[in-house]
Design a protein around this ligand. Structure first.
Ligand code: ZN
Length: 437
């Protein structure tokens, strides 16, 4: 790491511009390590991060629940062990690509058109590189934060976290137990009409993935009937997509809408999944031969549950729509999570974000999807999604998550890195200017 030593200071400060360049270089390097899940190969990223930490004299713990599925955790000791640790959290796996539909190679980390391109540039090797850079900078500064800082870069988030956060929470809770976690998803500019928002994730929905199966009598394709398993499942699917689940405005969403000057009735479509449980049919299966009417048909339903709901309350609501006959089997599920925004850390995120983009509003937010936060929250952590990046209105940021041509605007990331460093260092009782020159 490149440094500037200031004669008058007892600590060695890092030149900010060089720190930015190094963080961008680390992001490019992480993108070039293909950690597509499946199969994962997160060991590649863990080894890279461990090497960078090792160069600054920091040891990392690598937990590998399955071959090449590595989770990396390290800890910087703080001054006061009574203060709950802050964990900087990322996942190192990425979703698969359809390379033929990309403008650029998805694992090159190329810099072009003001962006760094590649799978993971947004979700979420950029935050991984930011976290790594900050821990390296802290260590190098020689300053002691007032509480422990944990760096977690884990596997398997994109496939349900079985070999990542979920595994660590179940089998190595001492490594990842924190008072506060900064994770995806939030801190990016959301252009809503004329206003600029910075959603800060404080809540996320749970999921209940269900296979729904119906049976009927099989028959010959030459003898058509209306009452087949296929017709029934088609009916149920149509009913499901046309029947909204019960609207329930959680106190958090009510407060956020109020802060935006909106009633729940005025909420734009973007908010709809945050105001109800939802269900989406995703995989349909029936039939095995072109001239046989099958006796069974099934559909996989991707159910998402609001904070305050459970697997059983979701299944009850689903039953009300599909009726008593279909067989419902839960394939996998995980609970929702919600943290209070009434904390010093949230206030710090809000005030510093609003100061960094005057006129914008940072608001507590619910993610309709799932992140590792729901698992860390099970150990008592207050988890926020804060991976700041400034975006102009033309950037199709949302569609680049898991999409083609995933890329991160460098100017926006530079802005975000400055804000992130400011928030993290402040929360640790340090000032930006203590660490960076
Ligand atoms: Zn992610």
């Amino acid at each position: 790491m490149l440094l500037e030593t200031h004669e008058n200071n007892r600590v060695t400060k890092l030149a900010w511009e060089r720190f930015v360049e190094e963080t961008l270089a680390n992001l490019g390097a992480l993108i070039r390590l293909d950690t597509t899940n499946p199969p994962g190969n997160e060991r590649r990223a863990a080894d890279f991060i461990a090497k960078a930490l090792g160069a600054e004299g920091l040891d990392a713990t690598i937990i590998e629940p399955a071959p090449a599925r590595a989770n990396l955790i390290t800890r910087l000791r703080g001054r006061d062990s009574a203060l709950p640790p802050l964990m900087l959290s990322s996942h190192t796996d990425v979703v698969p690509v359809e390379a033929a539909r990309w403008t650029r190679a998805p694992f090159d980390g190329a810099i072009a058109d003001g962006c760094i391109w590649g799978r993971g540039a947004i979700d979420m090797k950029s935050k991984c590189a930011m976290d790594l850079g900050l821990v390296l900078a802290l260590k190098r500064s020689g300053l002691v934060p007032d509480r422990d800082v944990i760096l977690a870069a884990v596997a398997d988030e994109e496939a349900g976290s079985e070999l990542g956060a979920r595994f660590l929470v179940a089998h190595h809770p001492e490594l990842v137990r924190a008072g506060f976690v900064l994770n995806e998803t939030g801190g990016f500019t959301l252009h809503l009409g004329e206003r600029r928002l910075y959603p800060i994730q404080v809540a996320e929905k749970g999921f209940v993935t269900v296979r729904m199966t119906v049976t009927g009598s099989p028959g010959h394709g030459s003898m058509p009937r209306a009452d087949t398993a296929i017709a029934w499942i088609a009916d149920l699917i149509t009913r499901l997509v046309r029947t909204p689940m019960r609207r329930r405005v959680t106190p958090l969403m009510r407060a956020t809408l109020h802060e935006l000057g909106l009633t729940p009735e005025q909420a734009p479509p973007l908010f709809r999944p945050m105001l109800a449980n939802t269900v989406s049919p995703t995989i349909v299966r029936a039939g095995y031969k072109d001239n046989v009417i099958p006796g069974e048909a099934s559909v996989v339903l991707d159910g998402r549950t609001l904070p305050g709901e459970s697997e059983s309350s979701f299944l009850r609501e689903l039953r009300e729509i599909v009726g008593p006959e279909p067989l419902l089997e839960v394939i996998k599920s995980a609970p929702p999570a919600e943290a209070s925004p009434d904390t010093e850390l949230f206030r710090l995120i809000k005030t510093r974000t609003e100061a960094a983009d005057p006129g914008a509003l940072a608001v507590p937010w619910m993610l309709p999807g799932a992140t590792d936060s729901k698992f860390y929250a099970q150990l008592g952590a207050i988890c926020y999604g804060f991976a700041p990046v400034k975006l102009d209105a033309r950037m199709p940021f949302g569609s680049l998550y898991h999409g083609n041509d995933e890329r991160m605007p460098i100017a926006g990331l530079r802005w975000g890195l400055r804000l992130y460093a400011d928030v993290v260092l402040s929360f640790l009782g340090l000032r930006f200017g203590d660490v960076f020159a």
